[in-house]
Design a protein around this ligand. Structure first.
Ligand code: NAD
Length: 252
């Protein structure tokens, strides 16, 4: 799968799935735009990308800030002159009780990062993706289909369900321009997001027992799927959701 000279924005690529995707795209010849907030981690990822001989651009940005979102697209165009692929991957999960006084603050934070930022970046990127007949990959979750985990993750589940529907709507709209839009919904993947969630008694060693395949995924497995859907091999696929969840959904 060659992405030679393709220009790819991966949001939230300082760690986890985004970092694995950025590195995988660079390995296949892409110029990657690494977007995140932690400069040291982003530098580490961009160094790995550049070890494959292609230029990487680091943009320190909060995707939920409109000025930052504009800067992500503008700096990409200034540096590389075009955009081929947008991966809306940045996301957060946080627990919040429906009746707690801070519930709406948490809801807004999660929706702003997981949904609104992807919507705004899609809005900004669309004219440029039409020019290149590029494509968009939105990283959702099985939580967009089932209220998995905990009832305190309502905001997260809602944001991912909305992202799925938004993706299908945009896929329909942009099909006439040859721009494809697809969704990837992982189940458990070993990344910081689950460590940061403070799940009681959470332990990676026993967590694999929770899935039918008795395993969780590594970020590189999701990156492989991202690259497939972004590639020409998937030229007939748009508006689709690809689930990679070690069987979680068939249990629910
Ligand atoms: P992660 O925490 O390693 O990565 C999330 C990335 O998003 C981080 O680099 C973080 O800094 C970045 N980010 C968060 N808020 C941001 C903001 N406002 N601006 C810029 N960057 C921001 O976890 P991950 O698992 O790699 O998460 C990637 C995506 O995968 C998320 O959308 C997440 O919902 C989704 N996902 C993860 C799992 C899992 O089990 N790990 C399962 C399903 C879906």
């Amino acid at each position: 799968m060659s992405f030679n000279n393709k220009v790819v924005i991966v949001t939230g690529s300082s760690s986890g799935i985004g970092a694995a995707a950025a590195i995988a795209f660079a390995k296949e010849g892409a110029n990657v735009v690494v977007v995140g907030r932690n400069e040291e981690k982003m530098k580490n990822v961009s160094n790995k990308c550049e070890s494959f001989g292609k230029k990487a651009l680091v943009v320190k940005a909060d995707v939920s800030n409109d000025a930052d979102a504009k800067r992500i697209v503008n700096e990409t165009l200034n540096k590389f002159g075009k955009l081929d692929i947008l991966v809306n991957n940045a996301g957060i999960a946080e627990h919040s009780e429906l009746t707690s006084k801070d519930f709406m603050k948490s809801f807004d934070r999660v929706m702003n990062i997981n949904l609104r930022a992807a919507v705004y970046l899609t809005h900004l990127a669309t004219p440029h993706l039409i020019k290149t007949k590029g494509n968009i990959i939105n990283i959702s979750s099985v939580a967009g289909t089932v209220n998995s985990g905990s009832s305190t993750l309502i905001a997260y589940c809602t944001s991912k369900a909305a992202l799925n529907h938004f993706s299908r709507g945009v896929a329909l709209k942009l099909a006439e321009h040859g721009v494809r839009v697809n969704i990837i919904s992982p189940g458990p993947v070993r990344t910081d997001i689950l460590d940061n969630l403070s799940i009681p008694n959470f332990n990676w060693d026993t967590f694999n027992e929770t899935t039918p395949l008795k395993r969780y995924s590594e970020p590189e497995e999701i990156a492989d799927l991202i690259l497939f859907l972004a590639s020409d091999k998937a030229r007939g696929i748009t508006g689709s959701e690809f689930v990679s969840d070690n069987g979680i959904l068939i249990k629910n």
